[in-house]
Design a protein around this ligand. Structure first.
Ligand code: PLP
Length: 417
C-alpha cells in the first residue's frame, strides 16, 4: 500500500476513504458482503498477470503450472462444497455465468421461462434491455397477489403453453425458499433444462442453512460475492452430462482469458465456506434477516410474503407513505446504506419504487446479532419517516450518531490491536 500511496495519492485516497465509508455506516445492501483479508490478498496478487486461456492441463499459453494448481483447487473445493458433479470457476461475474447457460442450451430466438424482473427476477433472466431479452424469447412468471410468493400455478401454465427449452428459478428479490422439486418435475414433464440462478442464496446453501438446488437442477449459476463472501465473480456447477457443453460456453464462447487471481480468491473462499464458523455465520445471517424483517414489520414497514427464510427481506413502504427512492436517500443521509426496490405489483415506476430491500450478510460478518437488528429496524424507521434527506436534519444527525456508536462496537475490517 505504501508504494501505491507514494505513486498515486488520488487512488490510494479512494481506497482509504472507501474503507472509512464501510466502517462508518450500516451496510444493508442484500447483495454485498465483506470478504476476508485472505480473499483480498489472493485478489491483489501476481496471479492477475497470467494469461491462461483454456482449462487446467489444456491451456493455450505456457507458464500455467502454478495457476493450474489454483484453478484445480478452486474446482475441487467448489465440487465438494456443493456436492456437485462438475464445477466451472471461470465466469467473470454472475451475468457471465448466466450467459454461458444461454450459450450452452439455447439458440437465438428460442424460449426461456424465468421470473420477471419486477416480480423479483434478474436483468439476465430475459429483461428486454439485456442480451437475454434481446436475443431470446423470454416468458416471465410472477408471484401470487395474496401470498406474494412464486405463483407455481402460473409457472406450470406458462411452461405448458410456451414449451420453453429452459426453465429458470431464482432472482434478486425473493425472500422465500424455492420449491426446486416442483421445477424439476415440471422441466421433466415438458423436456426442458432446469436452471437455478442461486446468486443470492448460494452462500446459505454452502453453509447448509437452507436446502440445496444442486440435486435438482441441470445447472446452478451463482455469484461468489454475496452471502458467500468471496471475490466479486461468478461460477457454475452442473450435472456431468452438461459439463463439456457448459465449459465450452464459458470459454471460448463467452469469455477470453480467465482471471487467475480471482479464481485463486474463489478457492480461498470455498475453503472458508467449508468451515463450521461459516456454517454458524450462514445460520446467523438468516436469524438476523428474520429479526430485521419482523422488527420493521412492527413499525408498519411491511415485509412482503410476511417475512423471510433467507438473508434478505423486501418491504412495502406504502403504510408509512414514503417511496423507495425517498427511503434510500433519507437512510443514506443518516448513515444507513440500503436500496429502493420494486415490490410485487408496484404502482410506482422502478426508479421510484414502493419498497426497500434489506439484507443481513454484511452486518452479520461484522458480528452483529438479533438485538442489533431490533436497533437497526428502529434506526431505519426513524431515518425514513422523520427525516428529509438532508444530512443536517436533527433526526438524521441523531440516527447517524447511533449508527456510529453501533458500528464502533462491531467494526468492519477491525484494525489490528
Ligand atoms: N443473478 C442474480 C440473481 C443476481 O442477483 C445478480 C446480481 O445481483 C446477477 C445474476 C449478476 O451478477 P453480476 O453483477 O456479478 O454480473
Amino acid at each position: 500500500f505504501d508504494a501505491l500511496a507514494a505513486f498515486d495519492p488520488e487512488i490510494s485516497g479512494v481506497l482509504l476513504s472507501e474503507l472509512d465509508r464501510l466502517r462508518s455506516g450500516l451496510q444493508l445492501i442484500a447483495s454485498e458482503n465483506m470478504s476476508s483479508p485472505a480473499v483480498l490478498t489472493a485478489l491483489g496478487s501476481t496471479l492477475s498477470n497470467k494469461y491462461a486461456e483454456g482449462y487446467p492441463g489444456r491451456r493455450y499459453y505456457g507458464g500455467c503450472s502454478e495457476v493450474d494448481k489454483a484453478e484445480n483447487l478452486a474446482i475441487e473445493r467448489c465440487k465438494s462444497l456443493f456436492d456437485a458433479e462438475h464445477a466451472n470457476v471461470q465466469a467473470h461475474s454472475g451475468a457471465s455465468a448466466n450467459q454461458a447457460v444461454y450459450g450452452a442450451f439455447l439458440k437465438p430466438g428460442e424460449t426461456i421461462l424465468g421470473m420477471s424482473l419486477p416480480m423479483g427476477g434478474h436483468l439476465t433472466h430475459g429483461t428486454k434491455v439485456s442480451f437475454s431479452g434481446k436475443w431470446f424469447n423470454s416468458v416471465g412468471y410472477g408471484v401470487e397477489k395474496e401470498s406474494e410468493n412464486i405463483d407455481y400455478a402460473e409457472v406450470e401454465a406458462l411452461a405448458k403453453e410456451h414449451r420453453p427449452k429452459v426453465i429458470l428459478a431464482g432472482g434478486s428479490a425473493i425472500p422465500r425458499l424455492i420449491d426446486f422439486e416442483f421445477f424439476r418435475n415440471l422441466a421433466d414433464e415438458i423436456g426442458a433444462i432446469f436452471w437455478v440462478d442461486a446468486a443470492h442464496f448460494i452462500g446459505l446453501v454452502a453453509g447448509k442453512a437452507i436446502p440445496s438446488p444442486v440435486p435438482y437442477a441441470d445447472v446452478v449459476t451463482f455469484t461468489t460475492h454475496k452471502v458467500l463472501r468471496g471475490p466479486r465473480s461468478g461460477a457454475l456447477v452442473c450435472k456431468a452430462e452438461h459439463a463439456a457443453k457448459l465449459d465450452k460456453a464459458v470459454f471460448p464462447m463467452m469469455q477470453g482469458g480467465p482471471q487467475m487471481h480471482t479464481i485463486a480468491a474463489k478457492a480461498v473462499n470455498f475453503k472458508e465456506c467449508a468451515t463450521p464458523e461459516y456454517a454458524a455465520y450462514a445460520r446467523q445471517v438468516i436469524e438476523n434477516a428474520q429479526q430485521l424483517a419482523t422488527s420493521l414489520g412492527e413499525k408498519e414497514i411491511r415485509p412482503t410474503t410476511g417475512g423471510t427464510d433467507t438473508h434478505l427481506s423486501l418491504h412495502d413502504l406504502q403504510g408509512v407513505q414514503v417511496t423507495g427512492a425517498q427511503a434510500e436517500e433519507r437512510a443514506d443521509a443518516a448513515g444507513i446504506v440500503l436500496n429502493k426496490n420494486a415490490i410485487p405489483f408496484d404502482p410506482q415506476k422502478p426508479n421510484v419504487a414502493s419498497g426497500i430491500r434489506v439484507g443481513s450478510p454484511s452486518v452479520t460478518t461484522q458480528g452483529m446479532g438479533t438485538p442489533e437488528m431490533v436497533q437497526i429496524a428502529d434506526l431505519i424507521h426513524r431515518a425514513i419517516t422523520q427525516t428529509d434527506g438532508d444530512p443536517d436534519h436533527p433526526v438524521a444527525k441523531d440516527v447517524r450518531a447511533e449508527v456510529t456508536d453501533l458500528v464502533g462496537r462491531f467494526p468492519a475490517y477491525p484494525r489490528p490491536a
